[in-house]
Design a protein around this ligand. Sequence first.
Ligand code: BGC
Length: 376
Amino acid sequence: MIDLEALARHSHRVITTHQAPSGAYPASPSFSAYRGYCWFRDGAFIAEGVSRYGDWSSAGAFHTWCARVLVERSGQVDELITRAARGVVIPSADLLPTRYTLDGELGRDPWWDFQLDGYGTWLWTVDEHLRRHPADPGVDPDDLQKAVVTAVRYLSTFWNRPCFDWWEEHDDQRHVSTLGAIHAGLRAVTANPWLGAGLTLADRAAANAVVEEISAVLTREGGVVDGHLAKWLGTSAVDASLLACVAPFGLVSPDSEVGRATVDEVERQLCVDGGVHRFVADTFYGGGQWPLLTAFLAWNRAVAGDRTAALEGLRWIAAQATPDGELPEQVDHHLLAPGRQQEWVDRWGPVATPLLWSHGMYLILADELGVTGGVR
Ligand code: BGC
């Protein structure tokens, strides 16, 4: 019998042990391709888990780190917006990256860097964190309010540009999970007077217009196909990252027909014996099952009132932990492309373990189900 609460406590320990003095959460402390880098996407969900666990100080330190990263780039963002307004075609390499070194620098290793979702997810989770811990969120308020302005202006200008998805793929497409994150982030900060205090009326108007336009684009340009959300505008394929567009992002409501159909279709196509794959054509490390995506499915089931299914998800994730209690990025019980596993082991070594995002998602789901062992 797995001790679900003990794994929550251990997940918190794994995350905080590896959190850098700067506040950044490394994606994985040991994995060759991720070591030394913090992603806005991974970090935002990790911070959500840690904040739910009750550790406002660790989550707050992460948010302060993000704020510093953005404030230091506010001049660059202003310049990008000016160029875009003049109609200049801006190369992706000039835009903000998806990951930074733990000191908030660019780093020298090449990556599929132009991804917009992390900035939206971060805005969404900062709002969640401040609502949860209003008395002492552990953040530098000044930097945070300035950073929100930079993120809102950046997303309001570039939201519609094709970029890499959650998995560093298809940068020629507009991904629904990316649009969902931006939609959630802009909605959250424009509705939070304290967080959005630095926004001008024009910033708010632009952000509100983008929120409306994202919803319109979904129906107008093929974001909903066969009754469910699509992986990118104009395809009928699904991707497990779409689960986030239902809960927590609420791009479509969990009790809407499209919301329900999206969760059902992802489960039908991508969930095998309890574990969730990224997408049917996945070949990364042979295309295994991801604990963090299993957590998104279970989170959605919990939100829809199906506690039994959600608890099954939590147990499945816990069963993937190593004897030391570490959660990997993916497991290989069921591979979609077994012949492609070894090439990744040769290239980057064994699967990233621990992956802090997996632990962060475990904390979110454990909290959703009331089995946290947390400090709150
Ligand atoms: C995944 C990303 C993730 C990164 C760090 C990549 O392999 O595709 O979604 O942000 O690892 O965990």
